[in-house]
Design a binder for this molecule. Structure first.
Ligand SMILES: Nc1ncnc2c1ncn2[C@@H]1O[C@H](COP(=O)(O)OP(=O)(O)OP(=O)(O)O)[C@@H](O)[C@H]1O
Ligand SMILES: [Mg+2]
Length: 251
């Protein structure tokens, strides 16, 4: 029998990039001329103070926000006019800063919806959903109504939805926010294994500096919508602009 997954085209893109992306909301410059590259197989951290433009950048990279100027390119192809569903089909998935589950559906159904949306039949969608839920350690809650989950498990289901039919890239908006230190560390441990387990590139926003410096191969730092630093964790931590962005000091 043909593997049902093989009938769904698998994403092959090797690079997702923001090229000179600016976003203006009325008078406010949420992003100004931001460049970012994410390659398959790497974990890239995105940090910056509240309101720096981090979520807006993820929104642009996933089709939820149109750049005012500049462009987002997937495997060098211009994505102008693509909606989020088209990004997902082409292999770009994301998680949200807050919930967004179908609260009256079961955990398994919440994840299956993504598989069906990507072209799987119901049965295959169920089996891939269970695989991802199992990997995230919540397969035992598959039959629970999503609305009854605690916050930590809600976050896990959001991640499961993003990882169904492994995307080429997963963009995670503060996946550990609101978790206890140990829950957050468990989750970040899983995030670290996403590139090898699923073959994805990972972009992750995370406020805990120790955690983000540990998991990221490279980082970008935004402040006031501008890139103020980028590089390896060691380079970024030694950068005066980062110290200034976080401590508000003049350097
Ligand atoms: N839809 C919108 N309309 C108007 N202003 C917006 C909109 N979305 C974001 N902004 C503004 O753009 C700026 C960047 O917001 P964004 O949510 O991207 O920041 P962030 O770095 O994700 O912050 P946080 O760490 O608090 O999540 C902020 O000043 C925010 O108020
Ligand atoms: Mg945000």
């Amino acid at each position: 029998m043909v593997d049902p997954l093989l009938r769904v085209p698998q994403p092959t893109a090797a690079e997702l990039a923001a090229e000179g992306v600016s976003v203006r909301f009325q008078g406010l410059a949420a992003l100004s001329e931001v460049n970012l590259t994410l390659l398959r197989g790497e974990i890239v951290g995105l940090i910056g103070p509240n309101g720096a433009g981090k979520t807006t950048l993820i929104n642009c990279l996933t089709g939820f926000q149109r750049p005012t100027t500049g462009r987002v390119a997937l495997a060098r192809e211009d994505t102008a006019g693509w909606n989020p569903a088209r990004f997902r089909k082409a292999g770009v998935a994301r998680t949200f800063q807050a919930g967004r589950l179908f609260r009256d559906m079961t955990v398994a159904e919440n994840v299956e919806v993504t598989g069906v949306g990507l072209g799987l039949d119901r049965k295959s969608a169920h089996s891939v959903a269970m695989e991802v839920l199992d990997w995230l350690g919540i397969a035992d809650k598959a039959a629970r109504t999503a609305g009854t989950l605690d916050y930590t498990d809600e976050r896990r289901v959001g991640i499961a939805r993003a990882l169904v039919l492994p995307p080429a890239f997963i963009l995670m908006d503060e996946p550990a926010a609101g978790m206890s230190d140990s829950e957050g560390e468990d989750l970040v441990g899983l995030v670290t294994s996403i590139p090898t387990k699923f073959g994805c590139g990972v972009l992750i926003i995370e406020h805990n500096m120790r955690v983000i410096m540990n998991v990221s191969h490279r980082l970008y730092v935004l402040d006031g919508g501008r890139t103020v630093a980028q590089g390896t964790p060691a380079e970024v931590q030694a950068n005066p602009a980062v110290i200034s962005a976080y401590l508000g000091a003049d350097v």
